[in-house]
Design a protein. Structure first.
Length: 148
Protein backbone atom coordinates (compact mmCIF):
# COMPACT_ATOMS: atom_id res chain seq x y z
CA UNK A 1 0.00 0.00 0.00
CA UNK A 2 1.36 3.41 -1.02
CA UNK A 3 1.34 6.14 1.65
CA UNK A 4 2.33 8.99 -0.67
CA UNK A 5 0.33 10.32 -3.59
CA UNK A 6 1.69 9.74 -7.07
CA UNK A 7 2.70 12.97 -8.73
CA UNK A 8 0.17 14.24 -11.20
CA UNK A 9 1.81 14.81 -14.61
CA UNK A 10 0.42 18.34 -14.62
CA UNK A 11 2.41 19.15 -11.44
CA UNK A 12 5.68 19.41 -13.35
CA UNK A 13 4.20 21.81 -15.88
CA UNK A 14 2.16 23.81 -13.37
CA UNK A 15 5.19 24.30 -11.11
CA UNK A 16 6.85 26.32 -13.89
CA UNK A 17 3.94 28.76 -14.29
CA UNK A 18 3.26 32.01 -12.45
CA UNK A 19 2.64 31.06 -8.79
CA UNK A 20 -0.63 32.89 -8.18
CA UNK A 21 -1.07 30.94 -4.95
CA UNK A 22 1.40 33.34 -3.30
CA UNK A 23 -1.11 36.19 -3.56
CA UNK A 24 -2.95 36.83 -0.26
CA UNK A 25 -6.64 36.32 -1.00
CA UNK A 26 -7.93 38.78 1.60
CA UNK A 27 -5.77 41.61 0.23
CA UNK A 28 -6.89 40.75 -3.31
CA UNK A 29 -10.52 40.90 -2.21
CA UNK A 30 -10.01 44.28 -0.56
CA UNK A 31 -8.18 45.57 -3.64
CA UNK A 32 -11.01 44.31 -5.86
CA UNK A 33 -13.41 46.27 -3.67
CA UNK A 34 -11.33 49.45 -4.09
CA UNK A 35 -11.13 48.90 -7.84
CA UNK A 36 -14.88 48.26 -7.94
CA UNK A 37 -15.43 51.62 -6.27
CA UNK A 38 -13.43 53.16 -9.15
CA UNK A 39 -15.47 51.11 -11.61
CA UNK A 40 -18.69 52.61 -10.22
CA UNK A 41 -17.31 56.16 -10.05
CA UNK A 42 -15.35 56.38 -13.31
CA UNK A 43 -16.26 53.37 -15.44
CA UNK A 44 -14.62 49.96 -15.50
CA UNK A 45 -11.14 49.93 -17.04
CA UNK A 46 -11.45 53.59 -18.06
CA UNK A 47 -7.70 53.95 -17.59
CA UNK A 48 -7.09 51.53 -20.47
CA UNK A 49 -8.94 53.87 -22.83
CA UNK A 50 -8.44 57.34 -21.37
CA UNK A 51 -4.97 56.66 -19.99
CA UNK A 52 -3.47 58.05 -16.80
CA UNK A 53 -0.86 60.58 -15.78
CA UNK A 54 1.83 59.08 -13.57
CA UNK A 55 1.87 62.13 -11.29
CA UNK A 56 -1.83 61.81 -10.43
CA UNK A 57 -1.43 58.21 -9.25
CA UNK A 58 1.86 58.94 -7.47
CA UNK A 59 0.21 61.82 -5.62
CA UNK A 60 -2.81 59.72 -4.67
CA UNK A 61 -0.63 56.85 -3.43
CA UNK A 62 1.48 59.22 -1.36
CA UNK A 63 -1.61 60.90 0.14
CA UNK A 64 -3.13 57.55 1.13
CA UNK A 65 0.14 56.33 2.64
CA UNK A 66 0.58 59.61 4.54
CA UNK A 67 -2.93 59.30 5.94
CA UNK A 68 -2.13 55.73 7.01
CA UNK A 69 1.24 56.74 8.47
CA UNK A 70 -0.34 59.57 10.45
CA UNK A 71 -2.82 57.18 12.07
CA UNK A 72 -5.89 57.11 9.84
CA UNK A 73 -6.43 53.49 8.81
CA UNK A 74 -9.66 53.88 6.84
CA UNK A 75 -10.35 56.38 4.05
CA UNK A 76 -13.33 58.41 5.24
CA UNK A 77 -14.74 58.82 1.73
CA UNK A 78 -14.81 55.14 0.79
CA UNK A 79 -14.59 53.21 4.06
CA UNK A 80 -11.68 51.26 2.54
CA UNK A 81 -8.20 50.95 4.02
CA UNK A 82 -5.75 53.64 2.91
CA UNK A 83 -3.19 50.91 2.26
CA UNK A 84 -5.69 49.08 0.04
CA UNK A 85 -6.51 52.29 -1.82
CA UNK A 86 -2.76 52.71 -2.45
CA UNK A 87 -2.46 49.15 -3.79
CA UNK A 88 -5.45 49.66 -6.09
CA UNK A 89 -4.06 52.92 -7.44
CA UNK A 90 -0.65 51.37 -8.06
CA UNK A 91 -2.32 48.48 -9.88
CA UNK A 92 -4.07 50.94 -12.19
CA UNK A 93 -0.82 52.84 -12.74
CA UNK A 94 1.12 49.66 -13.52
CA UNK A 95 -1.62 48.36 -15.83
CA UNK A 96 -1.55 51.67 -17.71
CA UNK A 97 2.24 51.46 -17.98
CA UNK A 98 2.13 47.89 -19.30
CA UNK A 99 -0.50 48.85 -21.88
CA UNK A 100 1.14 52.08 -23.07
CA UNK A 101 -1.66 54.18 -21.58
CA UNK A 102 0.47 56.07 -19.05
CA UNK A 103 1.68 59.59 -19.62
CA UNK A 104 5.07 59.72 -17.97
CA UNK A 105 5.02 63.19 -16.47
CA UNK A 106 7.70 62.53 -13.88
CA UNK A 107 10.30 65.27 -13.49
CA UNK A 108 13.62 64.96 -15.32
CA UNK A 109 15.87 62.28 -13.85
CA UNK A 110 18.21 63.35 -11.09
CA UNK A 111 21.86 63.62 -12.08
CA UNK A 112 22.96 61.20 -9.38
CA UNK A 113 21.08 57.95 -9.99
CA UNK A 114 22.97 56.37 -7.06
CA UNK A 115 21.66 58.78 -4.45
CA UNK A 116 19.68 56.10 -2.63
CA UNK A 117 22.72 53.85 -2.32
CA UNK A 118 24.77 56.78 -1.03
CA UNK A 119 22.15 57.75 1.55
CA UNK A 120 21.89 54.14 2.70
CA UNK A 121 25.65 54.18 3.30
CA UNK A 122 25.19 57.32 5.42
CA UNK A 123 22.53 55.49 7.44
CA UNK A 124 25.07 52.75 8.13
CA UNK A 125 27.53 55.42 9.36
CA UNK A 126 24.88 56.83 11.72
CA UNK A 127 24.12 53.32 13.03
CA UNK A 128 27.84 52.72 13.59
CA UNK A 129 28.12 56.03 15.48
CA UNK A 130 24.99 55.33 17.55
CA UNK A 131 24.77 51.50 17.75
CA UNK A 132 22.07 51.53 20.44
CA UNK A 133 19.03 53.42 19.26
CA UNK A 134 16.57 55.00 21.63
CA UNK A 135 13.17 53.33 21.63
CA UNK A 136 10.82 55.00 19.16
CA UNK A 137 7.78 56.82 20.45
CA UNK A 138 4.79 55.16 18.84
CA UNK A 139 1.05 55.19 19.25
CA UNK A 140 1.44 52.05 21.36
CA UNK A 141 4.05 53.36 23.81
CA UNK A 142 3.45 57.11 23.99
CA UNK A 143 3.67 58.33 27.53
CA UNK A 144 4.40 54.84 28.83
CA UNK A 145 7.73 55.85 30.37
CA UNK A 146 9.70 53.61 27.98
CA UNK A 147 11.83 56.51 26.75
CA UNK A 148 12.01 58.37 30.06
Amino acid sequence: MTTTKQTNPKDGIGATKSPLSVLPAQVLQETALALYEGDRKYGRSNYRVAGVRASIYYDAAMRHMMQFWEGEDIDVDSGISHVTKTIAGLMVLRDAMLNDMCTDDRPPKVKNQNFMIEYNEKVKEIIKKYPVSKVAYTELNKGSGINE
